[in-house]
Design a protein. Sequence first.
Length: 292
Amino acid sequence: MSSEFDDTPRESLLDVIMARYNRLNVNEQKQNSRLVYVGHKITRDPRDSIQSYHQNIFARAGRKDDEFYGLLFESNDCFIHVLEALTTHIIDFIHALYEDQQEQKKESTRDDKEDRKYGVDNIKILIYSDDIGKVGYPTWICREMWKTSSNANQSDDEEETIPANVKLDEEIGVNWIKKIYGEVYKIAYIGRRILQFQSNGRIETAKIKFWLDQFPGNQPKMMPQAEKVLSIVEECDKCFTVDEFVSLFGKNKSIDIDFESEIVWPMQTHSFTYLTTPSALSSSRDVDTPPS
């Protein structure tokens, strides 16, 4: 017996997706992206400022400071930076950073190196995420990275129990993922905590800075560690450089999708799921130790 639905025209999955796409006016929605990267500071002059350097990159990208959100932790030698903004702003920032890196390479061939402007190099991109939902930081803040004690790297020592000459490349890659994930997790955790200083659209910047200054003493295990960040900068070869990122994800570049496209690097960013889930602030996920 034939069904009354046999002659009913069926919509394809593509038609359903496109109808939903058009209904939500996706083209008119503004999307945010997240960038997490580490780098090496070229100069050590106390008068130099990693904060002013990035503000100059913002300006070079044609953007203002208050159009970006995130945290930048610096030490004497290196820094780790999580940056969130509209996708167009993040892409413009990356290209401005790329242009600055190219200029620095030209300057490195000059003889008058003492007159070289302040900058950064050896940048490694740990995470780039599109369509993250709402930004998860109330403002953009720079703070000093905490220097670890002599026994702070005990977990790293345990990882090195296997002699380097017998390690498989896969094992080395896994160890880097663990180290990178540990530092990224800490920044995500700190971002989660500073959300408490934003209420009714008002940002309590002074309280955020004071809380960040006290945080290393209160929860030292959850503070990004300069030694670990520096080792990622100087030794890890598993991350995109700025040049590689721009060559792959540059403006007006198309991306081919194939059967291996799900195998991606940088890592998944589930650490930041709290940024789009307000209820997560009261979740049991609020732990005070980084993942092992």
